[in-house]
Every structure is written in C-alpha cells, then in structure tokens.
Design a protein around this ligand. Structure first.
Ligand code: SF4
Ligand code: SF4
Length: 221
C-alpha cells in the first residue's frame, strides 16, 4: 500500500517539479516568468488558511523537486532544531522580504527588472535549499522557507492529523515524514503541528492504521 501511495504522490510531484527549472532557467532569459512566483506565494498562504500547509506537499514545484531529486543524493542528517524556532524563521523571512522589496523598489516601473528580482531570489533560495537538502533531509529548506513559515503560522490546528490509541509506537510514521515530525508523540489525540504538509505518507505507512485526518475520520464516522 505504501509503495502504491508513494508512486501516486511522486507522479503528481513530477508534474509540478518540472515548473521549477522552467522558471529558474527560463526566468533568466525571459524575466517576466519570475511573476509566476506570486502564484506560489498566494497559493501557499491561501491554502494554509483552511487546509494547513497542503500546498507544500505536491503543489509547490520546489518542495516536489527536493523530495524527488534530493532523496538519493542526501546524507539525510537530522534537520537542525534551530530551523524550527520562530525567531530563526522570522529572521529568514524578514531578510528575504527586505531583499525582494529593495530590488522591486529600484526596479519599479520595469516589469523585466521586477521579474528578474523574483528570479534572483528564487535562484539563491533554491541553491541554498539544494545544499541544505544534500546535507540534511531533503526538505530542510521547507522548514525555513518564508512561504512555509507563513503557512505554518496560519496552519496551526488546521486539518490536524489524528493519532488513535491503536498506535504501537513502531515510529514508522516519523521515519517516512518528510518534515521530520513525530506523529506517535500525539497518541490518542491530534497532532496540531503547523509544519505538517498533509502528505499522508505517515497515514499510508502506519501498520496499525492509527493515523488519519479529521475530515477522513468524520467521513468514516
Ligand atoms: S506508524 Fe502507526 S503504529 Fe507506528 S508509531 Fe506511528 S502511529 Fe504508531
Ligand atoms: S506528519 Fe504525516 S502527513 Fe504530516 S508531513 Fe509528516 S508524514 Fe506528512
């Protein structure tokens, strides 16, 4: 079941991950392509308002790219705990907003210049993400991505993962979680972590069928 689930998820991710090189490389040749980043920004934040960080699962081209292409390259060291702290994430968010704002300010009135600013930020952050993902788990960047951070803050408590009392503490859920979360810690309750990207990898992998999302549980009731 898990193999089939993974194949289905990878198929979706293959479609979206192709957008990343298209914008990254194409954007240097035709800078207005950089405006497509706005779709990512509004998509991530908009979906977070009612479904948590679900955008980051397979809809985000960069997150999909990291899952698919860094998995075999990565040393998969644990993601540093500092990446989970609000103060560190706020610094990264503020830094990137400041850099982008200054660039847009100087390019104001020039659509190519503004587009180039988006492409530049995408290029730098994607490169940092590749380096982080090669050393730590592939989704290391997703812990500090500004859109992910905003999504996480808006997501807390939205579509939480339910962990039933049938959990056997095998910890397989944590092993397959791309975001280094530990569903088993919330046994007989909801895991409300805003960084859950609702990928359902843990749900598919759990041998005790102890996991599910609220709406699935409601349907089953
Ligand atoms: S995979 Fe299932 S049974 Fe194993 S620890 Fe996680 S929730 Fe519990
Ligand atoms: S807790 Fe489960 S659904 Fe959430 S990110 Fe981890 S594997 Fe995906």
């Amino acid at each position: 079941m898990f193999k089939q689930f993974k194949a289905n998820r990878s198929r979706l991710q293959k479609y979206t991950s192709g957008i990343l090189p298209l914008v990254l490389i194409g954007g240097w040749l035709y800078p207005p392509l950089g405006f497509s980043l706005l779709i990512c920004m509004f998509g991530a934040v908009g979906i977070a308002l009612y479904k948590g960080r679900a955008w980051c699962d397979w809809m985000c081209p960069r997150g999909s790219f990291y899952d698919l292409f860094l998995d075999s390259l990565s040393r998969k060291l644990p993601i540093p705990s500092i990446f989970k702290t609000n103060w560190f994430r706020t610094i990264i968010l503020s830094l990137l907003v400041a850099v982008l704002s200054v660039q847009i300010y100087y390019a104001w009135g020039d659509s190519y210049g503004i587009g180039r600013a988006f492409v530049l930020v995408l290029t730098v952050t994607t490169t940092v993400g590749i380096v982080l993902g090669a050393v730590f788990k592939p989704r290391a960047w997703c812990q500090i991505c500004p859109m992910g951070t905003l999504g996480s803050w808006l997501s807390t408590g939205k579509k939480p993962l339910y962990v039933s009392e049938h959990c056997k503490d095998c910890k397989l859920c944590a092993k397959v979680c791309p975001m280094q979360l530990k569903p088993y810690d919330s046994k007989a309750g909801f895991m409300a972590d805003g960084d859950c990207i609702k990928c359902s990898s843990c749900v598919a992998a759990c041998p005790a069928k102890a996991l599910g999302f609220e709406e699935e549980l409601r349907k089953a009731a």
